[in-house]
Design a protein around this ligand. Structure first.
Ligand SMILES: Cc1cc2nc3c(=O)[nH]c(=O)nc-3n(C[C@H](O)[C@H](O)[C@H](O)COP(=O)(O)O)c2cc1C
Length: 317
């Protein structure tokens, strides 16, 4: 009899693996999340991507007041990558709450508000405003390389990261993900400081600081000189950081950076990520995230994996 039940369980798991994941008490139907700044507020992809099929949608970076973003060139293709210098263009948190959130909420995926600011006060006030809404989680962006004040400046150093995470934690009761910068000299120390001040999860990574020069003009391409590099070029480094942080902290780690296929996503899940975010790949092929979800499911069926946790590589103590 026991053998029969084992067989039934095997059959059920094998054909219907559980792709759901719970992060800080929030249940995602699958581990694939649209990364901030690459999926707008969801409606931009209406008719192309059914957001209800995604695990979650992370909004474009939001700030207390509307921002027009950076002048000049904002996007520059590189081999296997993309440099961007958007500068956090967004309509402001109040506008988001009134005009974007209702439709995004209706789409059915977990809603994560990506929050940025130039000062600690701006971050804190923004968190308090978002706390009174129906969003599911906040992703605190202390890693944007494309703004002069705030952003990545808070994410490079453990003490500065703690100085913003602590008051934001106090200002809101929503589950808090902190998005870290790969440009930090010691990202493990920054991660520890964030967790110590109340981060419920971490997402790694935001973009790497890079630059490009226009040889015809003999001048830097971007007005800010530097910009943020994303795409497949950064994937092996993002994977290494995910692997290291997953072992170093006791909160879930969300992995991202150059994920463009189910195989890429599986590498991050095996490295210990609880979920993944997909960014620049959606620009090339809007269906990427849907295909990744199907691909993860297919892999799990083929390899008799019943839940995501089983994918994680077991490490020697
Ligand atoms: C055009 C563009 C805009 C972005 N805007 C934001 C943002 O507002 N907030 C944020 O935390 N990350 C932002 N990012 C970073 C992505 O969310 C992601 O961390 C990074 O691109 C690495 O993932 P990828 O290689 O899959 O794109 C942006 C990336 C791109 C390409």
């Amino acid at each position: 009899m026991a053998r029969y039940f084992r067989q039934v369980k095997y059959f059920m798991n094998n054909n219907n693996p559980d792709l759901s994941v719970c992060i800080a008490g929030v249940k995602f139907s699958n581990p694939v999340i649209a990364a901030s700044g690459t999926f707008g507020y969801g409606k931009e992809y209406a008719g192309m991507v059914n957001a209800a099929e995604l695990g979650g949608v992370c909004t474009k970076g939001l700030t207390l007041k509307a921002r027009t973003g950076n002048k000049g060139v904002r996007i520059w293709e590189t081999p296997s990558g993309l440099l961007n210098s958007i500068g956090l263009e967004n309509p402001g948190i109040k506008h988001f709450i009134r005009h974007e959130l209702p439709a995004l909420r209706e789409m059915g995926a977990v809603v994560i508000a990506n929050l940025s600011g130039a000062t600690i006060e701006e971050y804190t006030e923004g968190a308090a405003l978002l706390n009174g809404t129906s969003i599911d989680m906040i992703e605190l962006n202390i890693s944007c390389p494309n703004v002069r004040d705030g952003g990545m400046a808070f994410g490079l150093d453990p003490a500065r990261a703690a100085s913003v995470v602590a008051p934001v934690r106090k200002a809101c009761s929503k589950p808090l993900i902190v998005k870290l910068s790969p440009n930090a000299p010691d990202i493990k120390a920054v991660a520890a400081a964030c967790v110590n001040k109340g981060a419920d999860a971490l997402s790694v990574v935001n973009t790497f600081t890079g630059m490009a020069i226009d040889i015809k003009k003999r001048a830097p391409v971007f007005n800010n000189i530097t910009a943020g590099l994303s795409g497949p070029a950064i994937r092996p480094i993002a994977l290494r950081i995910t692997w290291e942080l997953a072992a170093a902290v006791n909160v879930p780690v969300i992995g991202l950076g150059g994920i463009a296929s189910a195989c890429d996503a599986l590498e991050f899940l095996m490295a210990g990520a609880a979920a993944v975010e997909v960014g620049a790949a959606t620009f090339c092929h809007p269906q990427t995230m849907i295909e990744i979800i199907e691909g993860i499911k297919g892999y799990m069926i083929e390899n008799s994996v019943s839940c995501l946790n089983e994918l994680k590589i077991k490490r020697q103590q």
